[in-house]
Design a protein around this ligand. Structure first.
Ligand SMILES: NC(=O)c1ccc[n+]([C@@H]2O[C@H](COP(=O)([O-])OP(=O)(O)OC[C@H]3O[C@@H](n4cnc5c(N)ncnc54)[C@H](OP(=O)(O)O)[C@@H]3O)[C@@H](O)[C@H]2O)c1
Length: 386
């Protein structure tokens, strides 16, 4: 199977390369993109001989690589990602880009009737309606790459009858042992220190703020069509139980394994056709060595926005994502405090007047406008502090 990886230099991208290495006789890498970490390109070209198309983020990098490798087609920028998708020969694309930049490529891949292995959760948060509409119209196929959604998919695959709720576990991120008062003082170095998963910076901050769980609830809604009230989040210390389902008779079916994203990637690349085991538990305490805690919305208030996005849809997902991306960036640049991430997002979501059933073009416009508004709001916040 010919594969395209968008975001080959990132955490998911690199782990996808490991999965390809493990199954060399099944998967062939034919094309990939990287952003600014172009130092990986020479090595990848050397190792994966069938690569014929590569997209880079910046034009200068594009110009120098184009001269160096005459028999490879290079592209650059956001439009380059689309050209890469159009020109290269692949059966499945792994979208491991981070942020809004992943949405248009996801839509393009499906429109070309190709298979999308989707790690870029922002695609569903922002464009879930558009993506589901394409799938319903018969365009392409989608397999999520997120440990919780793979877990739910596995459990539903065994038995989807009598399911009362689907279950998403949350490690609680870097600040799981802190109360809200203590959160006032935390730094970006603290936030980037995730207890169990080694991931890209943006998702690591999203895990600490619980925006990642908020996104995962929205993702679960679009993937499995359960209402907000039927998606249960539970805190779980060890990150070994990735998710599952709760049946009407009180039993749970769970997916349990060591935290390793390569398992989730493999499940998607093999289009679910892979051996796996799920576990039945009478109650969660029965699993003994694992620890679970009730999820407290007051401790993690950002998660409330999942309900708004799911129940109103439209452009709310775009606002939630754009304000979050700008706020996380500002936090990483020491411009706002950790708790101000919430303040910024709350402000943008409260201000927004929703548009129902937006087109992709309208979503792109909203994303741009909200970024400008969010930056301006952050600048005001900073001015008022000084
Ligand atoms: N990491 C995980 O364990 C995990 C688990 C579940 C879901 N996810 C989701 O998977 C996605 C990727 O996460 P990650 O942790 O792998 O992120 P990451 O390590 O930051 O990697 C992101 C990739 O996207 C590229 N990129 C970023 N902005 C770009 C732009 N404007 N144009 C072109 N390329 C761009 C980066 O390129 P450069 O670095 O070269 O600039 C990199 O290759 C996210 O949506 C995340 O929520 C991640």
């Amino acid at each position: 199977m010919n594969l395209l990886i968008l975001g080959a230099s990132g955490s998911i991208g690199k782990q996808t390369l490991d999965v390809i290495r493990k199954h060399k006789n099944i998967f062939t890498l034919t094309s990939f993109s990287v952003g600014e970490r172009v130092e990986v390109v020479d090595e990848l070209i050397k190792e994966f001989k069938n690569v014929k198309h590569i997209c880079l983020k910046n034009e200068n990098d594009y110009l120098s690589f184009k001269d160096k490798y005459k028999d490879i087609n290079f592209y650059f920028g956001d439009l380059g990602l689309i050209k890469l998708i159009e020109e290269s020969s692949f059966d499945m694309a792994v979208n491991a880009l981070v942020g809004f930049v992943g949405l248009v490529p996801s839509v393009k891949i499906l429109k070309l009737n190709k298979t999308l292995a989707l790690a870029n959760k922002e695609s569903l948060v922002v464009g879930g309606q558009i993506i589901n509409h394409l799938l319903a119209e018969g365009f392409g196929q989608l397999y999520p790459i997120d440990s919780e959604h793979v877990a739910i998919s596995k459990c539903l695959g065994v038995d989807n009858q009598n399911v009362e709720k689907i279950l998403i576990t949350a490690s609680g991120g870097a600040f799981r042992h802190l109360n809200r008062e203590q959160l006032k003082e935390v730094t970006k170095e603290d936030a980037l220190n995730h207890p169990t998963w080694k991931m890209g910076n943006k998702i690591t901050i999203d895990s600490a703020s619980m925006m990642n769980k908020c996104f995962e609830i929205i993702e679960a809604y679009y993937l499995f069509n359960y209402s907000f009230d039927d998606i249960e989040v539970i805190l779980h210390d060890e990150s070994h139980v990735h998710g599952g389902v709760k049946y009407k008779d009180g039993y749970y079916r769970l997916d349990i394994s060591k935290p390793d994203m390569r398992d989730a990637i493999e499940y998607a690349l093999f289009k679910k056709q892979i051996d796996y085991s799920t576990y039945i538990a009478y109650n969660l305490n029965q699993t003994g060595e694992y620890h679970f805690h009730t999820f407290d919305m007051k401790r993690y208030p950002l998660v409330k926005w999942a309900k708004v996005v799911i129940e109103h849809q439209g452009t709310y997902g775009a606002v939630l994502n754009a304000s979050n991306e700008v706020a996380v960036n500002a936090f990483l640049n020491d411009e706002i405090s950790f708790l101000e991430i919430e303040k910024v997002i709350d402000e943008m979501m409260h201000r927004h007047i929703n548009t129902k059933n937006p087109t992709l073009e309208h979503i792109i416009e909203v994303d741009k406008l909200i970024r400008i508004e969010t930056i301006s709001y952050i600048n005001n916040l900073r001015r008022n502090k000084n």
